[in-house]
Design a protein around this ligand. Structure first.
Ligand code: HEM
Length: 396
């Protein structure tokens, strides 16, 4: 590979990232890229090493990657995904309690109803944007139900979720930056009010559980509770929205696969697992080195930002046989899309359930084909997926 740095924002790279990732895995699996000379790690084994070594690869890297200079204060900074040991462990222990299997089972009928109700209005219009009209509503309903929010605040909640999604996007104009700053202040007020209200009148939601929760006499502080409420928007909504959109995009481009899934629901779980490997929403995770270190034989200086290229790791030929083949019979799950180690995604089971329920309800009622306009893609190093997914939809 030439000495020139690959620029991950180059439209040619973004149009065919897997060709570039494959070349990087072969020729320079740990190297500096643009923007900003961050270090990219593309091989599965090296990605796993970083995730298993938080003492050298600190999650403060996430904080740096998600704090654009135009934001006076990033409300996510105290959140658990950006915390290192020893602070991370007790925080995670308290929060994991609220994400148990019973909670997920309780949500399924509600999400099934939400997904089913979204289909008839789309069938009436025929031409739809699947992200706006379908994908985003299922994870938003899940997070609102978890937090015990009033469904009447749904539109506001979705706007905030979009703000958080845009925080990781590149190239926002000044108007949008200022809009996001105003929205975040409004959201902070709303969440402060919510926490006060739940302290007075605790309910059966996750926020009330977290206010009550205590381990070894330790409770979450107000700031920790706030940052967790904030984290649920990008962590719980943006990820599922775009992963679902990637799945629907695949099904529109592969109509025979759509038919196959419609005919046999039992193929949905292997389809979901293979999609999480083949086209994962989580493209990049970020870390910061706490000391000079060596990875894959390459020296990385202290305080470097390291990007784990998750979408490359899941196509690593050293780990996956014939990785470019979409294979429903692939033994799994082997994907890394939910991370690994101490920060492994707390919402992985919930996400899998949401994706399955959304696909079941849509495919049993409707067939989708690409719309007239092309899909528009997110411009972000962290997340890949359509921002707009035009489709024509008809009843089956
Ligand atoms: C397809 C959907 C999802 C994907 C691909 C995904 C991916 C990830 C990844 C890769 C991490 C690790 C981040 C790191 O190591 O820096 C993570 C952590 C996390 N995820 Fe998810 N996630 C998804 C859905 C969800 C949902 C639905 C929720 C919440 C309800 C959630 C909550 C979290 C939280 C709280 C963490 C932080 C865990 C920690 O730091 O210990 N995620 N997720």
């Amino acid at each position: 590979m030439s000495d020139a740095r690959v620029n991950f924002l180059d439209p040619a790279v973004r149009a065919a990232p897997h060709l570039v990732y494959a070349r990087m895995r072969r020729e320079s699996p740990v190297c500096q890229i643009d923007p900003a000379g961050i270090w990219a790690v593309t091989r599965y084994e090296d990605v796993m090493t970083v995730l298993r070594t938080p003492e050298v690869f600190s999650s403060e890297g996430s904080a740096a990657a998600f704090s654009p200079p135009w934001l006076d204060r990033n409300p996510l900074l105290g959140a658990m995904n950006m915390a290192d040991p020893p602070r991370h462990g007790p925080l995670r222990a308290l929060i994991s309690r609220a994400f148990n299997t019973a909670t997920i089972h309780r949500l399924e009928p509600l999400l099934r109803q939400v997904a089913a109700q979204l289909v008839p209005p789309m069938l009436e219009r025929r031409e739809v944007d699947l992200v706006h009209d379908f994908c985003q509503h299922i994870p938003a309903a899940a997070m609102m139900a978890l937090m015990g929010l009033d469904p009447a605040h749904g539109a506001r909640f979705l706007a905030w979720a979009k703000d958080f999604a845009d925080l990781a996007s590149i190239a926002l104009d000044e108007n949008r930056q200022s809009e996001i700053r105003t929205d975040l202040r409004e959201m902070e007020e709303y969440m402060n009010g919510l926490l006060e209200e739940r302290r007075r009148n605790p309910g059966t939601d996750v926020i009330s559980d977290l206010i009550r929760a205590e381990i070894d006499g330790q409770k979450l502080t107000h700031e920790e509770l706030m940052s967790f409420c904030f984290l649920l928007l990008p962590a719980g909504i943006e990820t599922v929205t775009h992963q679902l959109a990637l799945m629907l995009h695949m099904l529109m481009t592969r109509p025979e696969l759509q038919e196959q899934l419609r005919a046999a629901r039992s193929l949905l779980p292997p389809f979901i697992e293979e999609m999480l490997r083949y086209d994962p929403v989580a493209q990049g995770l970020f870390r910061m080195t706490t000391a000079d270190t060596t990875l894959g034989g390459v020296n990385i200086p202290k305080h470097s930002i390291v990007m784990l290229v998750m979408a490359s790791a899941t196509h690593d030929e050293a780990q996956f046989q014939d990785p470019e083949r979409f294979d429903l019979d692939r033994p799994g799950p082997q994907n890394t899309v939910f991370g690994h180690g101490i920060h492994f995604c707390i919402g992985a089971s919930l996400a899998r359930m949401e994706l399955r329920v959304a696909l079941e309800e849509l495919l049993s009622r409707a067939a989708i084909v690409p719309g007239v306009e092309p899909a528009q893609w997110r411009l972000s190093l962290a997340v890949r997926g359509p921002a707009v997914l035009p489709a024509e939809i008809r009843a089956v």
